[in-house]
Design a protein around this ligand. Structure first.
Ligand code: PLP
Length: 370
């Protein structure tokens, strides 16, 4: 296999050599595919099952995450639902790291209320504590690292080794939205499943809603595919094509996000309005706390380059307040225990000029002094 940057760019090149030699993959809108005869198929029958453009995307996603197969879904939440609806049933228990995307907790709560699939959380620190939470009902472990929004790091390999030593049929799933395969490939360090909100870095331009599940083995992938065919939350052809196009620049973008974020993490730490900066060292996500003397709303209103908007991973820099936005559905006591407070700001560092970004944050913070 070529190196990642090459694979990302060349992956779908040559896919149409049998017809036109197109360098950019063709986009097929057809929902139905003609059969050569009774019991015969071109490999494509009906687009909920498989579709040529989505199939190219899925091949590319599987390759870059080192999985056997991938499934492209209509959103990140659809990808999360695909994993849980395929592999968990009433009476099962799951264990999740405690600092997760807020929508994932909302999803776990509905599974608990409607299907009696219990979940418990682990603080992501001592692995013995995680192992102690495993019961005969434990079906799946769910991790997000670095965590969202407080940037805790979990050693995936250490978790995989400890969990699989207890029982090798417990599935380990990692939401790899923040670091992407440019910085982290969980399937090479013991995970069974990787999930993405491809709306974020994989898409990268704040213009595609998409998700993906990548499975380590064909057996896991076939179970997921059977469920996806049943429920139909697949990614449509046009968004599949856009995502395939976005992936070509993933490596370039991630390294540029990191360079900008490293610069801003340093710069923010020197500002009087900032009491603490949380940054994992790579990727484009930074969280920081404002001092008590800073008016959060005034800060948001004075931003001129960064947008106050609720997403991440795109070329445009976005600022959110997790306490009132992404994590608002989490009980307040849990938010406070995790350090999600009203003065915690999450910044998705985009690809604008780094000095423009620091100047924008600096002037907005200066204007927000109380
Ligand atoms: C946004 C996000 C999701 C949900 O994905 P959607 O594409 O919005 O459905 C899941 N996990 C993480 C880490 C996210 O940031």
């Amino acid at each position: 296999m070529t190196k990642l940057a090459t694979t990302l760019i060349q992956g779908s090149n040559g896919s149409d050599d049998a017809h036109t030699g197109a360098v950019s993959a063709p986009l097929y809108f057809s929902t139905a595919f003609r059969h050569p005869g009774l019991g015969a198929s071109t490999g494509f029958d009906y687009s909920r099952l498989t579709e040529p453009t989505r199939a190219l995307l899925e091949q590319q996603l599987a390759t870059i995450e080192h999985g056997s197969q991938a499934l492209a879904t209509s959103s990140g939440m659809a990808a999360i639902d695909l994993v849980f609806s395929t592999f968990t049933k009433t009476g099962d228990q799951i264990i999740a790291s405690d600092d997760l995307y807020g929508g994932t907790f909302r999803y776990f709560d509905t599974r608990k209320a409607n299907y009696k699939i219990d979940y418990t959380t682990w603080d992501g620190r001592a692995i013995e504590d995680l192992v102690a939470k495993i019961t005969p009902a434990t079906k799946l472990i769910w991790l997000e690292t670095p965590s969202n929004p407080t940037m805790k790091i979990i050693d995936i390999q250490a978790v995989a080794t400890a969990v699989h030593a207890v029982r090798d049929d417990i599935l380990l799933a990692v939401d790899n939205t923040f670091l992407t395969p440019v910085y982290q490939t969980p399937l090479t360090t013991g995970a069974d499943l990787v999930v993405h909100s491809a709306t974020k870095y994989l898409g990268g331009h704040n213009d595609i809603l998409a998700g993906a599940v990548i499975a380590k083995t064909d057996a896991l992938a076939e179970a997921l595919r059977a469920q996806l065919t049943t429920t139909g939350q697949v990614l449509d052809p046009f968004d599949s094509w856009l995502l395939l196009r976005s992936l070509k620049t993933l490596s370039v973008r991630m390294h540029a996000h990191t360079a900008n974020a490293q610069f801003l993490a340093k710069g923010l730490a020197t500002l009087p309005a900032v009491s603490k900066v949380l940054y994992a060292g790579q990727g484009g996500m930074i969280s920081f706390y404002l001092t008590e003397n800073t008016d959060v709303n005034a800060f948001l209103q004075h931003l001129a380059v960064c947008s106050f908007a609720e997403s991440l991973g795109g070329v445009e820099s976005l600022v959110t307040v997790p306490d009132v936005q992404t994590h608002h559905d989490m009980p307040i006591a849990q938010r406070r225990a995790l350090g999600i407070t009203p003065n915690l700001i999450r910044l998705s560092v985009g690809l604008e000029d780094k000095e423009d970004l620091l100047a924008d944050l600096t002037q907005a913070l200066a204007a927000a002094g109380k």
